[in-house]
Write a protein that binds this ligand. Structure first.
Ligand SMILES: [Zn+2]
Length: 92
């Protein structure tokens, strides 16, 4: 049995982070009306990740992840975040 060490924290990943980045590409392909500068995209991702529940999993776990939130719900949250960022942008 392997002992735990403090660096094993990097083995725990919020798999919803990658899902948000993947769906973000899809979102901006169909919503060209939103600003795609670095500041706006990072704000949209931050708001989205703070809104949807995290889903932590051991990164080398071979079992496929069971999605606890649908792609459609993540896309809806991205849209809401993009609307909010468009209304109150941080970019200059
Ligand atoms: Zn912007």
């Amino acid at each position: 049995m392997a002992k735990i060490n403090i660096y094993d924290v990097e083995k725990i990943k919020n798999i919803n982070e990658k899902r948000v980045w993947d769906l973000l590409v899809q979102f901006y392909e169909t919503h060209s009306e939103y600003c795609t500068c670095r500041d706006c995209i990072l704000d949209v991702v931050s708001i989205t990740l703070n809104t949807i529940p995290p889903h932590y999993q051991v990164s080398d776990d071979p079992a496929p992840a069971i999605k606890k939130i649908s792609d459609e719900d993540i896309l809806k949250t991205i849209k809401e975040a993009a609307d909010r960022v468009a209304k109150y942008p941080h970019h200059i």
